[in-house]
Design a protein around this ligand. Sequence first.
Ligand code: PLP
Length: 328
Amino acid sequence: MDILEKNRIPLAFTPTPLVELKRLSKALGGVRIVMKRDDLTGLALGGNKTRKLEFLIGDALQKGCDTIITAGAAQSNHCRQTAAAAAYAGLYCYLVLGGSEPEQINGNVLLDKLFNAEIVWSAENRKGEQIPLLYDELCSRRLKPYIIPYGGSNAIGALGYVAACIEMMQQLKKLKTSVDAMVFASSSGGTHAGLLVGAASSHYTGRIIGIKIDKDESTSQSLDKSIVELAGQTAEDCGIKALFKEESIYLDASYCGAGYGIVGDAEREAIQLTARYEGILLDPVYTGRAMAGLIDMVRRKKFSNSDTILFWHTGGAPSLFSYSSELL
Ligand SMILES: *Cc1c(COP(=O)(O)O)cnc(C)c1O
């Protein structure tokens, strides 16, 4: 697929490792769990946004822009990786972050500042509501801004996970194995949409299970609908004939807990088990919650004992340092 090469700048170290979680699998009763280590994409402590940014920053450079604008929660992993990618590409970077300037600068906010990103604090708006205003202001200062939406989830960013799914299929083929289900955290939908399109293009036949991280409250449309639209657009851009429907995508909303970024017992247990059995760090907001969902599904026997489940580790560990009191 040409589109997966065009305007892509290399930011990620790929292929990311695919590893067996032998001890965790055993502790959970024997279902085989493997992990795709996209926390090791390399750029600025890694994560799934790096794959999207290869295409988004590539597009910004191709369009001759000099400034990146994006948005997220205060501890946004997307914003941290964007700030690093902008630094690498020699672009200015403005981050519109939810909340207000914290007294103690730590986790991703510390890293944003090290990458010299300009931070605009936007109180309860953490999904880019204030981007248009900032865009106009930067234009009036004769800059050429490029907007990356919240989470990097548009049809350009989603290409990162079309490519990732194809990469995974090649790894599985080499290892002469296959997976029956993949499980991952789904929040702004770009990862989910990209995987759906990548699966359609590479003949993946297992289940594609997104664990919903965020309740829909603060958005105008449901995540299911956004994912279907985004997958449709991405498939069209890739020249792949595939039909996506809300009824046929699997987005599990049972694990949103007390809401976005709030660590409960389930997330704490998932983070602790993965750390103690595998020496691998999950994060408090996304992968901790997604792994809690996977663990619950295993306990409820939603998989058969001969299944292989692939968990996408999408990164996020830098925010652990801003959650110390909730995690111990
Ligand atoms: C952004 C993010 C996700 C969710 O990916 P989306 O493409 O926004 O659905 C999952 N895990 C981590 C660590 C993230 O930063």
